[in-house]
Design a protein around this ligand. Structure first.
Ligand code: SF4
Length: 250
């Protein structure tokens, strides 16, 4: 009997392991926002940074125009995803005719909408301004309440709104984290965090009480005019020597 010789089955071309991995490897995320690994600030360094902010600007002011706690509350609600300058442009005329919840209610949603139509999301915001005015009248005697839970219960108001109002209207030591404070907290590694709440709690933990009344404004102004999002002005920054940002431009 003739001997059957089997041809060996052709081997599958094995992909070199390293190459296979490389083919699916994701690009490395740039190390831009996480400063978790940075050396934490010492209490003396934090004190030094805020002393410098205080010396440079002893009485920092917010840039949202308002004439009382109610108009501050409305301005903050309108400022979501809008610039302070854009909000001020619209509210100057609005607050001239409606600076109390009752006057706002009397003005009505349609006219409020007309005043604020240059601001993003103005339809929803007009609805919220009317609804919060009605709630202030029906549940809080027409006054802006003084507790976080009560402010957060108002239509259109969240944690950041409550923090701004509690700080600016009632002098409480709260830390509102907007896009600027979030960036500065992370870049400097003063309070690294993935969410605004993490940064808020981190800042509250390390900033001494003597600076807390103005800390929110110092950090906002620092982010808005010095520690700019795209191109931080490290050459004129007051805290260059303390900041942990590895990509400092000086
Ligand atoms: S040194 Fe540069 S990155 Fe650091 S806080 Fe100042 S401006 Fe921002």
């Amino acid at each position: 009997m003739a001997k059957i010789t089997r041809k060996p089955a052709p081997r599958k071309a094995a992909m070199p392991k390293k190459k296979a991995k490389a083919a699916v490897a994701k690009p490395k995320a740039p190390v831009r926002t996480s400063q978790k690994a940075a050396k934490p600030w010492t209490p003396a360094e934090v004190h030094e940074a805020f002393s410098r902010f205080r010396t440079a600007n002893p009485e920092p002011k917010g840039e949202l125009e308002h004439v009382n706690p109610f108009t501050l509350l409305v301005a903050v609600v309108l400022s979501a995803q809008a610039t302070d300058a854009g909000v001020n442009k619209a509210t100057r005329a609005l607050f001239a005719v409606a600076d109390t919840p009752q006057k706002m209610l009397d003005l009505g949603e349609e006219r409020v909408r007309d005043y604020i139509k240059t601001i993003g999301l103005y339809r929803t915001k007009a609805k919220n301004v009317i609804a919060l005015s009605a709630k202030l009248l029906s549940e809080f005697g027409g006054e802006v309440p003084r507790t976080r839970a009560e402010i957060e219960s108002l239509p259109g108001a969240g944690r950041k709104t409550a923090n701004v109002v509690l700080n600016m209207a009632f002098g409480e030591h709260t830390m509102a984290v907007d896009t600027h404070v979030f960036r500065v907290g992370n870049r400097t590694a003063l309070a690294p965090g993935k969410t605004p709440l993490e940064v808020e709690l981190g800042l509250e933990k390390i900033i001494p009480a003597e600076f807390m009344l103005h800390a929110h404004h110092w950090l906002i102004l620092h982010g808005r005019y010095t520690c700019l999002a795209r191109k931080p002005r490290c050459d004129v920054c007051l805290i260059t020597d303390l900041c942990r940002w590895p990509e400092k431009t000086v």
